[in-house]
Design a protein around this ligand. Structure first.
Ligand code: ATP
Length: 555
């Protein structure tokens, strides 16, 4: 199938702001390719999300904006500096690519029409290229694409590489479009997506039959997006609203999803990164603690000293470690508190948490290294027990407590009302850095302040919220400046824009209305607390969460 057909669809989707229209365009397109191979449907569904690998995969494309610039410069004989300058003023590398390719005076005689397979395969190949000549090999792969591409095709190749499709299609729109295209209830498609974490797989199954979609389920080895928590307005209110509640200690560590398939145990973070190599003792502890079956369990890994929890930052050092793992293992000992089971010999994620917890208690042989989260089942008759657990948790160095509706299933990737968190400290938001300002005087070489943005889940875009400068010590100031260099999209005197990549947790005293920021609100007294490398871009806090915080603030 020709890439230009998909590009035509991208253009149509991008030309309307109405979600329903976008959905209709995608659904019609999927209908027209119903007779094509499952592989084509799979690839098209990924490319419609601007992806080349499914979200459960830990593979990543290996091409930077700099390499795109190099490729274009080589092909068009334009110097790299002038392309960089254009990028600084336009901001969208895709548009620049289109313009450059359309101005190309060089005639190519043997242009081969680009197919979807060619585009996705060349981009996928960049992932596995390493070693001495890797940059050149990658350059050739994308050069091959650009030299066969029309200006519009080139624009979307660039946008796919930079992971910014800019057509305003979120997962929800795609779920609805797949449901429409194949005449299958939205709930069935949504469920299959939640459990498989792969819309490509869902679409190919939908193309086959409704039965094939229903068979899709959670599979050991393929991480799924974690279920997330909303804020609790208060202990009594939450319990009264939920009825019967599993109330647990909230641990301050790293959430892990542990998969056992056959002999192999794999550990994934919240961002679905495979960190098995960095946490060998957790693999050992878990192998000891559970029967030799296939399973998926979840828990929080925490760092300890004298068996007491220590700061979250230590555990980050462990999770990111690639070398000297054994040395770090001695320096920063870990333990795990398990709190959920999603698969045990068969999928159990759709059973209520009350039952899943019971199963966990049956299958886990606890020890000093593997414990179950401290838990009480509470209802409005014994709110005092929850308050006691809260006090106990705080006194013992933990973060707060969680409330889970006893009858609720596991809802992957959803921040619903079935799981709430209650913490004593002032609230924070996880924002992505989209801009920055160089500092003044002694700090002129560093980014002294960052422009932080929230996710608009309707459009998948990031909306600016606040400039934050305080909270960074000298070390953080320098290391973050260093790290942000690779994400610079444009620079205009002191002002820099960044590709969204790095997430900061920011504390604040109050949310206030603002005309200055795209969110329509801003934060008073923002203070940067930490870099959140443990979460992914899709888990940046949303405008909906901001609204929820405003409601809580006003109550
Ligand atoms: P926070 O910064 O408050 O941890 P978050 O954005 O990381 O929030 P949320 O989904 O809002 O994540 O809060 C739930 C998180 O709390 C989980 O992702 C998990 O890491 C952690 N956690 C600690 N103890 C538990 C527990 N007993 N049950 C569920 N989650 C727990």
């Amino acid at each position: 199938m020709l890439y230009e057909e998909l590009v035509d669809v991208y253009e149509k989707i991008g030309s309307t702001t109405r979600r329903l229209e976008k959905e209709e365009i995608i659904a019609n397109f999927l209908k027209t390719i119903k007779h094509k191979s499952p592989e084509t449907t799979y690839d098209v569904t990924l490319l419609l999300q601007g992806k080349i690998f499914p979200p459960w995969s830990d593979k990543e494309m290996g091409v930077s904006t700099q390499l795109i610039i190099k490729a274009l410069s080589k092909m068009l004989g334009e110097n790299t500096k002038s392309i960089e300058n254009k990028l600084a003023s336009v901001g969208d590398m895709g548009e620049i690519t289109e313009e450059l390719v359309s101005n190309n005076k060089q005639v190519t005689f043997f242009k081969v029409p680009l197919t979807i397979t060619k585009v996705i395969n060349n981009l996928r190949k960049t992932e596995s290229i390493t070693g001495s000549n890797s940059q050149n090999k990658k350059l050739n792969l994308i050069l091959e694409l650009y030299s066969s591409a029309s200006p519009l095709e080139a624009k979307y190749i660039t946008r796919t590489i930079t992971e910014k499709l800019r057509i305003g299609v979120g997962e929800g729109t795609l779920v609805d479009a797949i449901s429409d295209a194949y005449g299958i209830d939205k709930e069935i498609i949504d469920r299959a997506y939640m459990l498989s974490n792969d819309l490509g797989e869902v679409a190919t199954r939908a193309q086959e039959s409704i039965g094939a979609v229903k068979e899709l389920s959670i599979t050991p080895g393929k991480p799924i997006k974690p279920m997330l928590a909303q804020l609790s307005p208060g202990i009594r209110e939450s319990i009264e609203e939920m009825g019967e509640v599993v109330c647990e200690t909230k641990y301050d560590g790293i959430r892990v999803q542990i998969h056992k398939i056959g002999d192999e145990i794999k550990i994934f973070t919240r961002r679905l990164e495979n960190v098995t190599q960095a946490l060998p003792e957790i693999v050992e502890y878990i192998r000891e603690a559970l029967p030799d079956e296939d399973y998926i369990i979840e828990g929080e890994v925490i760092a300890t000293r004298d068996n007491k929890p220590i700061s979250f930052q230590y555990i980050l050092q462990r999770v990111k470690r690639k070398y000297d793992v054994e040395k770090m293992r001695e320096k920063i000992p870990l333990k795990i508190f398990l709190f959920d089971v999603l698969y045990y010999k068969e999928p159990v994620a759709e059973q209520p948490i009350g039952q899943r917890r019971q199963l966990l208690e049956e299958i886990v042989h606890t020890s000093d290294d593997v414990e179950l989260s401290t838990m009480k089942v509470v209802s409005s008759d014994n709110v005092g027990d929850a308050e006691e657990l809260f006090n106990w948790s705080i006194d013992n160095g933990h973060e707060g407590i969680m409330f889970k509706d006893v009858s609720s299933p596991y809802s992957p990737g959803k921040r619903g009302k079935n799981m709430l968190k209650f913490k004593p400290v002032r609230e924070t938001l996880d924002c992505v850095i989209t801009g920055g300002l160089y500092g003044k005087g002694k700090r002129a070489k560093f980014f002294g302040s960052y422009l932080l943005s929230l996710l608009d889940s309707q459009t998948g875009e990031y909306k600016t919220l606040v400039h934050a400068a305080t909270g960074m010590d000298d070390e953080m100031l320098a290391s973050l400046t260093d790290r942000m260099q690779q994400y610079i999209l444009s620079t205009n005197e002191q002002i820099v824009t960044f590709k969204p990549a790095v997430i900061l947790e920011v504390a604040y005293s109050e949310i206030v209305e603002s005309n200055e920021y795209e969110a329509g609100y801003s934060l008073r007294f923002p203070a940067i607390k930490r870099v959140r490398d443990d979460i992914g871009l899709d888990q940046v806090d949303t405008l909906d969460k901001l609204k929820q915080m405003i409601d809580l603030q006003n109550n």
